[in-house]
Design a protein around this ligand. Structure first.
Ligand code: FAD
Length: 446
């Protein structure tokens, strides 16, 4: 059997490893002390709490299908329904249903919500009277440049930015409309009114946008690793990659391993370093991918806090509000944990180009998160336990030019048929997109 080394034991690499089962003798090399990457679940106040991703995107099937295939079908659950809430203009305000990444097809639905000023709402309504303006051909425009021109800057800052911030922790002035907001870009490309195009879209069957895993999403990589039958080596950082005489040499601090094929499933910054020798054009393109540093503060409260938390499953915060946190999720309510256990709220901090959150001590991050939660939600008791998780370079930024960087990477990697790349840096940061990229990487290998 051919020997394949998968570098990186996040969900992308593990999906690739499982897909290669029976076709190759697979070894996964993972730098961390466990597999899973951004899917990691550890106990807080005695209950399992996700440190990174807490849901699986379910609008596309790959993550849910994988969970079912590795025996976690019975553990999948829908979130308790609730509106998207924004902490904006001094209050928690529900975003009316039917929006597409914050863009409301019908501006009148925003009336009385206070989400936009009167001037902002009037500007949004005016979109339908603007001349036709599809995004320019041959130039990748930012979310703010295109949508600001059509919907007005206030709608971008107060409706679109917080939703995109929840996915990318990104900057609307730099995120690419095409790469970060594909469905909106496709409608915008038709020209005409974007709001009218959103209203004309075929209705989507009502189903949960995301699904959770009872006991935490960290169960997914562990189950995929088991199901892959691969040899999994943790605590092994790959420091070099080269190909000589048709064989790959994968260098680690404790020696080199040989392989017939390699799947590179590490973040863009790590992939850029490892590809510098075998695929310098890919290394150069991936080196241009910026990343956002983020931190997640988990707070476990006594059960009585449930009555004090506002309606909904949490809230998002537009960055123009100047708050420390960009989102808060009432995890125990969202996933209907048992009533008698601790109630866990997670706050996320950090955005691309924003203040440096990683160098702040844990105590300061917890205090900032708690102060913002209390300012938004009212008096809350002191937490029973807290935990801070830092994700340096945790989220790749799909800035303008992203599609070109990915195309250049893929073209350079295509020159080496026994090499495949996958992960969050390419065609989507969500878990489902990462699984899809892992499957595609495995399928590419001869
Ligand atoms: C805080 C946070 C919350 C998120 N929430 C959600 C969510 O709720 N839903 C959702 O769908 N998505 C979410 N995401 C995004 C999603 O979790 C990630 O994009 C996805 O898990 C990335 O998977 P990956 O396998 O591509 O990369 P990673 O998970 O980063 O895995 C790559 C692995 O490679 C290893 N590695 C790196 N360099 C080397 C090396 N040189 N040698 C060996 N190993 C190496 C790393 O240790 C890591 O384990 C979130 C992301 C973050 C940061």
């Amino acid at each position: 059997m051919r020997r394949v080394i998968v570098i990186g034991g996040g969900v992308s690499g593990l999906a690739a490893a499982r897909s290669l089962r029976g076709r190759a003798e697979v070894t996964v090399l993972e730098a961390g002390d466990r597999v899973g990457g951004k899917l990691r679940t550890t106990p807080l106040a005695g209950v399992p709490v996700d440190e990174g991703a807490e849901s699986l995107m379910a609008l596309r099937p790959e993550a849910v299908d994988l969970a079912e295939a590795v025996g976690l079908g019975g553990a999948l659950r829908d979130p308790v329904p609730g509106p998207v809430t924004l902490w904006s203009r001094g209050a928690l305000r529900a975003l009316p249903a039917g929006h597409v990444m914050g863009v409301p097809p019908d501006p009148s639905a925003l009336e009385g919500t206070g989400l936009l000023s009167e001037a902002g709402l009037a500007r949004l309504r005016a979109e339908e009277t603007l001349p036709v303006s599809p995004p320019p051909e041959g130039r990748d425009v930012s979310v703010a440049e295109y949508l600001g021109g059509r919907l007005g800057r206030e709608a971008v800052d107060r409706l679109v930015e917080p939703l995109l911030g929840g996915v990318y922790a990104g900057d609307v002035d730099r995120l690419s409309l095409r790469s970060a907001l594909g469905p909106v870009a496709a409608l915008a490309g038709r020209g005409g009114s974007l709001l009218a195009a959103l209203r004309d879209r075929p209705a989507r069957p009502p189903r949960a946008v995301v699904r959770g895993v009872t006991g935490g999403t960290g169960r997914l990589p562990a189950a995929v690793a088991r199901a892959s039958g691969a040899r999994i080596l943790t605590g092994v950082t790959v420091t070099g990659l080269r190909r000589t005489g048709g064989v790959w040499r994968v260098t680690t601090p404790s020696g080199a391993l040989a392989a017939d094929a390699v799947v590179l499933a590490v973040p863009a910054h790590a992939a850029a370093r490892l590809l510098a020798g075998p695929a310098p054009e890919a290394a150069e393109a991936l080196g241009g991918v910026r990343h956002a540093d983020t931190a997640v503060v988990a707070l476990a409260f006594p059960p009585a806090v449930e009555a004090l938390l506002p309606a909904g499953n949490g809230f998002l915060v537009p960055s123009v509000e100047g708050r420390a946190i960009k989102a808060a999720t009432y995890l125990s309510r969202k996933w209907a944990w048992p009533d008698d256990g601790p109630r866990v709220v997670r706050a996320s901090l950090g955005r691309a180009g924003g203040p440096d959150v990683l160098s702040l001590p844990d105590g300061e991050l917890v205090a900032a998160a708690l102060a913002d939660l209390r300012a938004a939600a009212g008096p809350l008791p002191d937490p029973l336990a807290t935990r801070v998780t830092r994700w340096p370079a945790g989220l790749p930024q799909y800035d303008t030019g992203h599609a070109d960087r990915v195309a250049r990477t893929r073209a350079a990697v295509a020159e080496l048929p026994s090499l495949a790349v996958c992960g969050a840096a390419y065609e989507g940061v969500g878990v489902a997109a990462c699984v899809a990229s892992g499957l595609a990487a495995a399928a590419r290998l001869p």
